[in-house]
Design a protein around this ligand. Structure first.
Ligand SMILES: Nc1ncnc2c1ncn2[C@@H]1O[C@H](COP(=O)(O)OP(=O)(O)OP(=O)(O)O)[C@@H](O)[C@H]1O
Ligand SMILES: [Mg+2]
Length: 234
């Protein structure tokens, strides 16, 4: 569904991605793990057009989408849940969610999507009129994911969804990601929590200073001795 080929990204003198190649097959969950600064967020931000590619290609459904505008990609069914949540702190839960559906004129369709998000996150339904900034960290993360789901994505890019969450909430968030995937959304997931990310993944890649060093199924990487030592603390 999504293919990244020999992607290079430079921020001025910083060569952040040095020839990244990876695939995200339809219906699967693909995880990217790697240390701070390895380039994980840069990959997602480049796919969705927030950061320009220096060279290389991003292909989506056989269409070259390299350096396309973000809103055009959202319209094509790609959504990003950015690192650090970035919800609208002054808007209510339901207002935040409706902002996610801004491309949809059809009111019935918006209401249907709202219902789906509330089914995924009953906690958000209970807090529909609460101001975003007063939600707990975990609730804000649910809202950020919910807002992306309001765009009805076929491909969901998730940047560190478990960051800063208590262990029980981490389990909940990963269960929700699985549920979203089971409903037919392809997922490309970036995570510091390597264990959970590999456990949920069909395929996974280890990123080291801007290149993919190890690739395999989630299960293979969980058993890989280098991965165990460097990312699983074993
Ligand atoms: N806007 C920017 N300007 C300059 N350098 C940047 C910019 N954004 C990222 N970088 C650099 O690019 C490299 C990759 O950053 P990136 O945010 O993609 O890493 P990451 O793997 O997501 O890290 P983390 O796990 O800490 O979120 C880092 O060295 C970072 O300092
Ligand atoms: Mg990052």
């Amino acid at each position: 569904m999504l293919a990244v080929e020999d992607l290079h990204v430079k921020y001025g003198a910083v060569h952040a991605l040095r020839g990244v190649t990876l695939d995200c097959p339809r219906g699967k969950i693909v995880s990217l793990i790697g240390a701070n600064g390895a380039g994980k967020s840069t990959i997602l931000n480049t796919i969705i057009g927030l950061v320009p590619a220096h060279s290389g290609n991003v292909t989506y459904d056989d269409l070259d989408i390299t350096n396309r505008k973000t809103h055009a990609l959202v319209a094509k069914g790609i959504s990003l849940v950015p690192e650090g949540r970035r919800i609208f702190l002054n808007l209510t839960v339901v207002e935040n969610l409706l902002v996610g559906a801004y491309l949809t004129r059809d009111r019935k369709e918006r209401t249907r999507r709202l219902g789906e998000v509330f089914a995924l996150f009953p906690r958000l339904k209970e807090r529909m009129t609460q101001i975003g900034g007063t939600l707990s960290g975990g609730e804000q993360q649910m809202l950020a994911i919910g807002r992306a789901m309001m765009q009805n994505p076929r491909l969901l890019l998730l940047d560190e969804p478990s960051l800063g969450l208590a262990p029980n909430l981490v389990t909940d968030i990963f269960a929700t990601i699985r549920k979203i995937n089971e409903r037919g959304t392809t997922i490309l997931l970036v995570e510091q929590n390597a264990f959970q990310a590999l456990k949920i993944a069909d395929y996974a890649h280890v990123l080291v200073t801007g290149t993919v060093e190890i690739s395999g199924t989630g299960g293979e990487l969980l058993e890989n001795s280098d991965v165990k030592r460097a990312y699983l603390g074993m």
